[in-house]
Design a protein around this ligand. Structure first.
Ligand SMILES: [Mg+2]
Length: 366
């Protein structure tokens, strides 16, 4: 068993869920806040991050029962080390039935819920809108960069979405480190057409190179490959800044209605925050993402709304009624969660998904 280390926040940078320090911090918090707690139920959606938190908590002597639901897992339901992996949320009832003999549903047990794609926007049930909030945030950044009613803007939006989706399809690449800020920055800066070929030859729209969907797909793939070969996100940032400086003295920005001052501001802001280890360095993107999430949470159409996961919500509510302490965890950046006025956590949301409320209550209360 690993000994937990004393609580210590990093001087610079941040701690992700898969790191052992994340579990140390949770354990330290739980020890101080819930002295009567001896067992934990943890419910999440990722076999990487959430399962790592569970394993790391287990390794510092804590008794943790974990449930991971990822509909993209191409596996039958599987139990391993007190953890159940499943590809459908219904099996959470089997999980509860299996762990019930080993714990009490009272304040000696703590329930931890992951937030993104577990408590809200459940993975495989209604996770489209949360992904859409990031794409719409990228659209908004591009709308800031270009003059209104510019057909070049529409092409840039298409290009940015293609490269963003391509970077999301790749499970993990060193260039993006699975960081949404990096992916968004690469998407918007690659889509505005600032490259040597276009700057040297501004008579042609750079977007004419990918008029058809196949061309666009090829362009997104090859652009991402090229950026990956050229180095890190920091190398990319420097290269684009260099191109912006060159571009400024040409008629390129005027021809396409591109506001280079805003582009430069965003690059500078990102660079400063990146160097200071700020977890979410693309502030303009995160702020737009928060605005989009608020709009989507208010949407009356379920398929377009950020919704609460009914089965998980009913479990949390039933456990809460018995005095089980509830904790919700997320490594979603603060910048995409709240601002000076409101928090996404306070936003009313539709409760959506199959209704197992009676079965859940019978299982937990009896
Ligand atoms: Mg999650």
């Amino acid at each position: 068993m690993r000994k937990s280390r004393p609580f210590r926040m990093p001087q610079k940078g941040f701690i992700r869920k898969y790191q052992s320090e994340y579990a140390d911090i949770i354990q330290d918090h739980l020890g101080q806040t819930y002295p009567h707690m001896s067992k934990i139920i943890y419910i999440g959606d990722t076999a990487e991050n959430d399962a790592a938190v569970i394993r790391n908590l287990q390794s510092i002597y804590m008794k943790v029962f974990g449930y991971i639901c990822d509909p993209h897992l191409n596996l039958p339901t599987l139990w391993f080390d007190d953890m159940m992996y499943s590809k459908n949320w219904d099996s959470i009832l089997d999980f509860l039935a299996s762990i019930k003999p080993f714990l009490n549903f009272d304040r000696s047990t703590l329930a931890i819920f992951d937030i993104d794609q577990t408590l809200w926007a459940p993975k495989g049930v209604n996770d489209g809108p949360i992904a859409e909030s990031r794409k719409k945030a990228i659209d908004s950044i591009l709308k800031r960069y270009f003059s209104k009613d510019n057909s070049f803007l529409l092409q840039a939006i298409k290009a940015a979405r293609a490269i963003y989706e391509k970077s999301c399809d790749k499970k993990y690449i060193g260039l993006t480190e699975d960081n949404e800020d990096y992916k968004a920055l690469i998407a918007v800066l690659s889509a505005i057409g600032i490259d040597r070929e276009c700057i040297d030859n501004p008579s042609q729209s750079p977007m004419s190179r990918y008029d058809s969907p196949d061309d666009l797909d090829w362009w997104a793939e090859s652009t991402l490959d090229r950026i990956t070969r050229e180095g890190s996100i920091y190398d990319f940032l420097h290269r684009v800044m260099f191109l912006v400086i060159i571009c400024d003295s040409t008629d390129y920005p005027g021809k396409f209605g591109l506001n280079l001052d805003l582009v430069r501001q965003d690059i500078q802001d990102f660079g400063i925050k990146f160097n200071n280890g700020v977890p979410a360095p693309f502030s303009a993107f995160r702020s737009e993402e928060l605005s989009m999430c608020r709009i989507l949470a208010k949407n009356d159409e379920v398929k377009d709304a950020i919704t609460l996961n009914r089965v998980v919500f009913d479990i949390a509510e039933t456990l809460d009624s018995l005095g089980v302490p509830i904790l919700a965890l997320s490594d979603r950046p603060d910048e995409a969660t709240y601002d000076d006025t409101t928090s996404l956590l306070d936003e009313p949301m539709i409760i959506y998904g199959p209704n197992y409320r009676d079965e859940i209550r019978k299982l937990i209360l009896n």
